[in-house]
Design a protein around this ligand. Structure first.
Ligand code: ACO
Length: 325
């Protein structure tokens, strides 16, 4: 018995922030951001907005599209590093907003790889027979962790949430294989302290630079490309399929140049690579499920297709899931 994604959903903060708007208060340019990252716009939380509410909205869409009720769920697993509470978990916050009780709800902390990790955990538990219907969510609001005076990081991140409903099913469709990797020795390439205030772009409160996201961009770029290439090759091998047979790669949307470099090294044609980083920026754990939801909406995913999900993020963490749609 395996697991299959039967529906997805996404939700975003109300406000889109363009590169031109950032240009007004930061020494940057639309040209620099687009040429180095491919990002044009991102959605960022405003004061008073709640990421838990946004994640619940994405979850409701996925649940409705799956044709089930929230009370039919057996578990809720969330990839996030952005909860406003140390406890309860973000998953418990979504659980209560969905009006569900007495099922396991827990978070997986793997930064940008959060959804890929959570999907793997859900699939493994479902194969073991623990659950039949699982809600898997990726949600983050890294814009609230940046130092808005640091142009090297502030332009990269956006906020949002994506969700998927998995059902256990016999047969050849669904999650064929997953592979998760971490390398704690590289933690200093991308990190953020647990201390400090959270600041939205419109609030007067600003996160101090020592508490903000720290990143060694160029080093991270190289490791991200190499590790995502490697994990995609390995997960294909584990599933016993050829990379040539993959119909669509839905990778973590951090940077268009990273996505293209991974595809090039894998020998995957450009038409088989889904990209929406231009409109969302890097939404961390939300990026893969948001991209998957859009890819489905745009008719890029068909029954029987092989779909590769992959991600890399702080930890470092990285991983991939190979799905037969
Ligand atoms: N606007 C204008 N100029 C800028 C900006 C900006 N927003 N940011 C940096 N610069 C300047 C730098 O100050 C530097 O100027 P200098 O040479 O005078 O010192 C110059 O641009 C080049 O800076 P680099 O950091 O070398 O630029 P690079 O080409 O490496 O691009 C980037 C930076 C986009 C961050 C790239 O390294 C990258 O994408 N790395 C991966 C980081 C990432 O995606 N992190 C997300 C999480 S991890 C993951 O999801 C995979």
């Amino acid at each position: 018995m395996g697991s299959r994604i039967v529906a997805t959903g996404r939700a975003l903060p109300r406000t889109a922030v363009s590169n031109q708007e950032l240009q007004r208060f930061m020494d940057t340019s639309d040209e620099w951001i687009k040429s180095r990252t491919g990002i044009g716009t991102r959605y960022t939380l405003r004061s008073g907005e709640s990421l838990a509410e946004i994640a619940t909205a994405a979850s409701r869409t996925a649940i409705d599209r799956a044709g089930i009720k929230a009370t039919d769920l057996d578990a809720i697993i969330v990839g996030t590093v952005s909860s406003e509470y140390t406890f309860p978990s973000f998953a418990c916050q979504i659980q209560t907003q969905l009006g569900v009780d007495s099922i396991p709800a827990f978070d997986v902390a793997a930064a940008c790889s959060g959804f890929v990790y959570a999907l793997s955990v859900a699939d493994t538990s479902m194969r073991a027979g623990d659950f039949r219907r699982v809600l898997v969510v990726g949600a983050d609001a890294l814009s609230t962790f940046v130092d808005w005076t640091d142009r090297r990081t502030a332009v990269l991140f956006g906020d949002g949430a994506g969700a998927a409903v998995l059902v256990s099913e016999p047969g050849t469709r669904g999650v064929l294989a997953s592979l998760l990797r971490s390398s704690g020795r590289h933690w200093e390439l991308l990190s953020c302290r647990a201390t400090g205030v959270r600041g939205t772009l419109d609030s007067e409160v600003r996160r101090e630079s020592e508490d903000a996201i720290k990143m060694k961009g160029p080093e991270l770029f190289k490791i991200a490309v190499k590790s995502m290439e490697e994990v995609c090759r390995q997960v294909a091998k584990r599933a016993g399929i050829e990379l040539d047979d993959v119909s669509l790669v839905v990778g973590h949307q951090a940077n268009r140049r990273i996505i293209n470099a991974v595809a090039e090294r894998l020998g995957v044609a450009f038409e088989k690579v889904f990209i929406n980083v231009d409109r969302y920026g890097n939404t961390s754990a939300a990026s893969v499920p948001i991209a998957l939801d859009e890819a489905i909406e745009q008719g890029r995913v068909h029954d029987g297709d092989l779909v590769m999900l992959n991600a890399c993020g702080g930890g470092l963490t990285w991983g991939a899931n190979l799905l037969r749609w």
